[in-house]
Design a protein. Structure first.
Length: 399
C-alpha cells in the first residue's frame, strides 16, 4: 500500500508540471462531512458485555485535483469514526487514486471503490472491495481496495474492465461491547488465509458490460482471495474462519420496460473448501408523479437463493424481499425505503426502514431501523443477531 501511495505522489508531481517546468492549470475541490450518530438496540443483549446505546462521531474529508482539461486527476476520500465499540472505532482511506482518461480508455491506480450489481437486497456480484462490516449491517459500506484498473470503451462491443489487485484487506467484526456479532468474538488478525501468500496474493478480475436497447448486461470473473471469510463451526459452537482462494463468475442483467425494471444477479463461486451457486432476481415498478405533485412510489420484489443454506454469511438462502421506495422529489430531497425479507423455509423475517432528508443547504438527517423477527434456531449465522433489532439516527453537516 505504501508503494502505491508513493506512485500516486510521483505521478501527481510529474503530470502537474509542464514540459517547461511551469505548473499546469489545475482545479481543486474540497469537501468535508461531519456526522453525529446514535444507535439504540431495543432488546436485552444476548451475549455478556454488549451495550444497548451507542453514540459515535464520524468525519469524511474529500479532495480532488484535476488538470489537463479534466482528463487527469487525483481523488481522495478519507473516513474516521469514534465509537463506544472499540472495533467500530476505525479509520480508512476509502479512495486515493490517480486517474487518466484518453480517447477510448481510462486508467486508475491507487485505492478505489468499485460497485457492481443491480439488485437492491443482496449484492452478489460485487466482489472487488472488502465490506466494512462494522460500519453498516447491509454490506453497502466498503473499504478502499488497492488496484490498477484499466477500462477500454469500444463503440460496438461494450466496455471491458481489467483489474490487478495486489493486496487483500480483511473484514472487521464488532468487539466485545458491540452488537451484531457472534458469541465468539472474532478478531480480524485471527483470520488466516488458504493461500501461502496470505494478504499479498495477487488477485485478478475482468468485467464486460454492454448496453443495447432496453438491456443492460454485465459478465465478470474474479480469481484470488475471497472477500467473504469461510466460517466452519465445531460441535462446541466455536468458529474457525479463513479466506479461501476462489474463482467467481458473475452475471448481472437489467431490462428497462416502461415503468418496470427487471433485475438479475447470479454467481458461481468455486473453491477447494466450498463451491456454490447463488441467484437474486426481481423487479421494481415505479408509479411516477402521483397526483401531479412529483411524488414517486416504487414497488420492489426480489427472490434470493443461495446453495450454502444456513451457512451463508448473509443468511439469505431461500428468501423473498419486498419493499417500497418513496421519493418526494422536493427541495429537501426526502426519500424513504421500507421493506422486509422473509425466509421461505422458516419463520425468520427482517424488516428495514431507511429515510433521509436535507435540512437547509448543508445539513442532512438520516434514520434507519432493522427488526429481527421470529429468527429460527436453524439459522446458524442470523440467530446470533436475534436480539439486535436497532434504530439509528444520524445528523451530518457538510462544508
Amino acid at each position: 500500500m505504501e508503494r502505491i501511495l508513493q506512485m500516486i505522489f510521483m505521478l501527481s508531481m510529474f503530470y502537474g508540471l509542464g514540459q517547461n517546468g511551469e505548473v499546469k492549470k489545475v482545479n481543486h475541490d474540497v469537501e468535508l462531512e461531519l456526522e453525529a450518530e446514535y444507535r439504540y438496540f431495543f432488546d436485552e443483549a444476548r451475549f455478556d458485555g454488549q451495550e444497548d446505546h451507542f453514540l459515535s462521531f464520524a468525519l469524511q474529508p474529500e479532495y480532488s485535483v484535476s488538470w489537463n482539461k479534466g482528463y487527469e486527476s487525483i481523488n481522495l476520500q478519507g473516513f474516521f469514526r469514534l465509537d463506544r465499540d472499540d472495533e467500530r472505532t476505525h479509520w480508512d482511506i476509502r479512495e486515493l487514486y490517480y486517474q487518466k482518461a484518453k480517447g477510448n480508455w481510462e486508467l486508475n491506480v491507487g485505492l478505489k471503490k468499485v460497485y457492481w450489481g443491480v439488485i437492491e437486497s443482496n449484492h452478489l456480484v460485487d466482489i472487488i472491495n472488502q465490506t466494512d462490516a462494522v460500519e453498516s449491517f447491509d454490506g453497502e459500506e466498503k473499504l478502499g481496495q488497492p488496484m490498477a484498473q484499466f477500462s477500454w470503451i469500444t463503440n460496438n462491443f461494450g466496455t471491458f474492465d481489467f483489474f490487478y489487485l495486489p493486496y487483500h484487506r480483511k473484514r472487521t467484526f464488532a468487539g466485545a461491547s458491540g452488537r451484531l456479532r457472534f458469541g465468539t468474538i472474532i478478531n480480524q488478525d485471527d483470520l488466516g488465509y488458504e493461500s501461502g501468500a496470505a494478504e499479498w496474493r495477487q488477485d485478478l478480475a475482468v468485467r464486460w458490460k454492454y448496453y443495447f436497447g432496453i438491456f443492460d448486461i454485465g459478465l465478470s470473473h474474479f480469481y484470488g482471495n475471497g472477500r467473504e471469510p469461510l466460517f466452519v463451526f465445531d460441535q462446541a459452537g466455536n468458529i474457525n474462519a479463513f479466506y479461501p482462494v476462489i474463482n467467481q463468475t458473475g452475471l448481472e442483467a437489467q431490462v428497462t420496460h416502461d415503468a418496470f425494471l427487471w433485475k438479475l444477479e447470479s454467481i458461481y463461486r468455486n473453491a477447494e473448501a466450498q463451491s456454490f451457486f447463488a441467484l437474486a432476481a426481481g423487479f421494481e415498478y415505479t408509479f411516477s408523479n402521483i397526483d401531479g405533485n412529483g411524488l414517486d412510489i416504487g414497488v420492489l420484489g426480489e427472490y434470493l437463493y443461495d446453495e450454502r443454506g444456513e451457512l451463508t454469511l448473509n443468511a439469505l438462502q431461500s428468501d423473498f424481499f419486498f419493499g417500497s421506495r418513496i421519493a418526494f422529489n422536493d427541495t429537501a430531497d426526502t426519500a424513504i425505503l421500507i421493506g422486509g425479507i422473509a425466509d421461505l423455509n422458516s419463520s425468520s423475517k427482517i424488516f428495514s426502514l431507511e429515510a433521509s432528508r436535507r435540512l437547509g443547504s448543508t445539513w442532512t438527517v438520516e434514520a434507519e431501523a432493522r427488526i429481527f423477527n421470529s429468527i429460527a434456531p436453524s439459522e446458524l449465522i442470523l440467530s446470533n443477531f436475534e436480539n439486535d433489532s436497532f434504530f439509528r439516527l444520524s445528523i451530518s453537516k457538510f462544508f
